[in-house]
Design a binder for this molecule. Structure first.
Ligand SMILES: C[S@@+](CC[C@H](N)C(=O)[O-])C[C@H]1O[C@@H](n2cnc3c(N)ncnc32)[C@H](O)[C@@H]1O
Length: 216
């Protein structure tokens, strides 16, 4: 299957709360490259995610993105080996710190595991969204992302602009799976790969709200 676009589609997201029934997600207070994305995630989720039951995350670190997702999805499973990596920095085990940071989020399950082991004991469960934010090399992005493509209708990839191997790997996944690759060009870049079956839903949302700009 071939992706419809050979370059990412620029994703413009409004920085406001008009997409929410409630307030914007609370910004977590831990350090993270994800800072700021909580302000556009409601719009992203409104555009791409008709179902907001379960989310899976590969790369939780201190819990920033996990906490934001937990405010938008009923349940979040976050998988991380909690020792860092050569891009974010190798550190002593910080699982206890992450668990403490997320203690008030009852809808989060933390799993301390190498994502390769997690996907090897594939439980055939599917999720409404999967977020990939680990080592930002080609191998990790492609392997985790391709697995995600058969387990969720919407995949997010952080750091599409910050690390050079991420966007090309995401584009290859898009080409292989026939998905579109949308890219939000702020906060280090956030790639979105929605399933094609969602197109009708996305178009309906665009028509209904008329607020999302789409550029080739
Ligand atoms: C960039 S940080 C994640 C940032 C986080 N999403 C946030 O919102 O701040 C990358 C994380 O991926 C984890 N990681 C890297 N390789 C991994 C692997 N093979 N399995 C599980 N976790 C991994 C690291 O331990 C680190 O916590």
């Amino acid at each position: 299957m071939k992706a419809i676009h050979s370059t990412p589609i620029l994703l413009d997201l409004p920085l406001n709360d008009s997409w929410l029934d409630g307030p914007l997600p609370v910004s977590p207070t831990v350090p993270s490259g994800w800072t700021g994305l909580e302000r556009v995630m409601p719009a992203l989720v409104a555009q791409f995610c008709p179902w907001r039951g379960s989310a899976l995350e590969f790369g939780c670190e201190y819990g920033y993105s996990t906490s934001v997702l937990a405010q938008l999805f009923s349940h979040v499973t976050a998988v991380d080996w909690f020792v860092g990596d050569e891009h974010s920095g190798v550190r002593e085990d910080y699982y206890a710190i992450a668990r403490s940071n997320l203690a008030h989020r009852a809808n989060v399950t933390l799993v301390q595991e190498d994502y390769r082991r997690w996907i090897a004991h594939d439980d055939r469960q599917t999720y409404d969204l999967i977020h990939v934010d680990m080592l930002h090399d080609d191998e990790t992005t492609y392997r985790a992302g391709l697995w995600a493509a058969s387990h969720a209708p919407v995949i997010l990839f952080h750091d599409t602009l910050a690390w050079p191997e991420v966007a090309p790997a995401v584009l290859r996944i898009a080409e292989k799976t026939g998905r579109e690759f949308w890219n939000y060009p702020h906060c280090h870049g956030l790639g979105v790969l929605p399933e094609k079956a969602h197109e009708a839903y996305c178009k309906a949302a665009e028509n209904l709200h008329g607020k999302f700009a789409r550029f080739a």
